[in-house]
Ligand binder design. Structure first.
Ligand code: G4P
Ligand code: NA
Ligand code: NA
Length: 194
């Protein structure tokens, strides 16, 4: 997605060979116009698919997910990282292993918000090692709903997540795919390498 790549080039910062900082438009400050474009692009990439619900993970997945949900006119559910006070029973949970923090965390969704009849588009801001996406898939499949596909704003193609998910047969649509990061340079996977 050209606009997103431009934004990453203009406002993204390669903090290291593996970490891209995008807090000016995605992870802290949010650019609503860009999020709207992102939502439209997700809808376009899955336009032949049935989608009844969008599932994402708090916090940075919510903005792009809501934009797609607005256009599709379907509810957006975000998995929580912390247990809510008002919501203790009836949770579907899964675990996310963080390589960077070397810890396992639980994420959860209330079971009342997913049913076996749902066709779910999973959306997240980053795809790195794929652990968050795998946990979201696990939650959706525990309810016997169908995972229609996975929409990612920024995929770090040099990490394993993309291959893991594609090898499982899911349709993954990443709007920007980073080939490499480093020394203040950000390289994208070109469209023909897809
Ligand atoms: P990992 O081992 O797969 O790298 O996952 P980890 O749990 O360490 O990731 C921590 C957070 O960092 C996640 O967001 C993930 O989406 C995000 N992330 C992974 N790689 C990058 C990157 O290169 N740049 C940025 N900006 N984020 C990255 P989170 O903790 O769930 O945060 P949020 O959704 O509340 O913003
Ligand atoms: Na994040
Ligand atoms: Na995230």
């Amino acid at each position: 997605m050209e606009k997103l790549q431009q934004k990453i080039i203009e406002e993204g910062v390669a903090l290291s060979d593996t970490v891209l900082k995008v807090d000016k438009f995605l992870n802290h400050q949010i650019d609503p116009q860009l999020m709207h474009e992102i939502g439209k692009e997700f809808v376009k990439r899955f336009e032949n698919k049935k989608i009844t619900k969008i599932v994402t993970l708090e916090s940075s997945g919510i903005a792009p997910a809501v934009m797609a949900g607005l256009i599709l006119d379907v509810p957006v559910v975000f998995a929580r990282k912390k247990k809510s006070l008002t919501l203790k029973d009836g949770l579907i949970t899964s675990t996310v292993y963080s390589y960077t923090k070397q810890e396992t965390n639980e994420i959860s969704v209330a079971e009342k918000f997913l049913s076996k009849d749902d066709h779910v588009l999973i959306i997240d801001d980053f795809l790195a090692n794929g652990q968050a996406a795998l946990a979201l898939i696990d939650i959706v499949e525990k309810t016997n709903a169908e995972v229609t596909g996975i929409g990612i704003v920024i995929e770090k193609a040099f990490q394993d997540g993309g291959d893991i998910l594609r090898n499982k047969g899911y349709q993954i649509e990443s709007l920007a795919r980073i080939k490499s990061l480093g020394n203040k340079s950000i390289e994208f996977v070109s469209e023909k390498e897809y």
